[in-house]
Ligand binder design. Structure first.
Ligand SMILES: [Zn+2]
Length: 257
């Protein structure tokens, strides 16, 4: 079994660079062949990237998340342009809208989101999208501004009706540990019905720990629990579904090794 963790905040799981390396090694021993490390702010990106530069199974995504809307830094566009030139930086993100935590105001979030979608398209990178209580705006913006290389709705938290609209835009849908929660019926319905060729999985660590590890701080090594849950939900052998999810991830990010 080979797993691909499409979304882990390595810099938030642990601040210590040695611990970060241990986390990635531990993941590999738990069949996580690749991880996309997501920066939470641009300064976090510089730090984590340089620390994990020698970890050949770690890839990176760079972007300004909606939580940073009030403080993206004056040179944020240049940082993304420079960052995406680096080896193993394969996406722009996470970017998007978060109306739950009300960072800044809606207009400033929307503006930052659109500017990064346009930038990603210019840089020929796919995008990783954060949506919290902003589903309608996210889809209406993406229907006009989705980069040619496509996008992932990460840590999917909407229902099946929403997923069908997202699939019409050819978006990928990535499930995190919350799909394993017993009362997450909307997520179960979505994961059961959606086409497998658009499905991805992620740890979203240190958040969203799968129910099998409830009470622990999440890390990529726990990703197998989400894969096992989906295999059971889809009534498929674990080897078969993980092979599909792995191939989807490699294709989406354009990774060949
Ligand atoms: Zn995240």
């Amino acid at each position: 079994m080979k797993l691909f963790d499409t979304h882990a905040h390595i810099g938030l799981i642990h601040e210590d660079p040695i611990e970060q390396l241990i986390i990635t090694q531990e993941a590999r021993q738990s069949n996580v062949e690749h991880i996309i490390s997501i920066c939470n702010s641009l300064s976090d990106f510089d730090y984590v990237y340089s620390n994990l530069e020698t970890a050949s199974h770690i890839y990176h995504s760079i972007g300004v998340s909606p939580s940073e809307v009030q403080n993206p830094g004056v040179d944020w566009e240049m940082k993304i342009i420079e960052g995406t030139k680096l080896d193993r930086v394969v996406a722009v993100g996470e970017i998007g809208l978060d109306y739950y935590r009300k960072f800044g105001n809606r207009d400033s979030q929307v503006e930052l989101f659109i500017r990064q979608l346009e930038l990603a398209d210019k840089l020929d990178k796919p995008v990783i999208i954060h949506n919290r209580e902003a589903g309608e705006d996210v889809l209406s913006i993406l229907s006009e501004k989705l980069p040619a290389r496509g996008g992932i709705l990460h840590c999917y938290s909407e229902d099946w009706a929403y997923a069908q609209k997202a699939l019409e835009l050819n978006l990928y849908i990535s499930f995190a540990g919350n799909v394993t929660y017993r009362n997450a019926r909307n997520l179960h319905e979505t994961a059961r019905n959606m086409p497998l060729d658009r499905m991805l999985i992620e740890s979203e660590s240190p958040f969203m720990v799968p129910s099998a590890y409830r009470g622990k701080r999440n890390k990529p090594a726990y990703l197998h629990a989400t894969a096992e849950f989906l295999a059971e939900l889809r009534d498929m052998p674990i080897e078969e579904i993980t092979e599909i999810l792995y191939t989807n991830s490699m294709n989406f990010f354009g990774i060949t090794d």
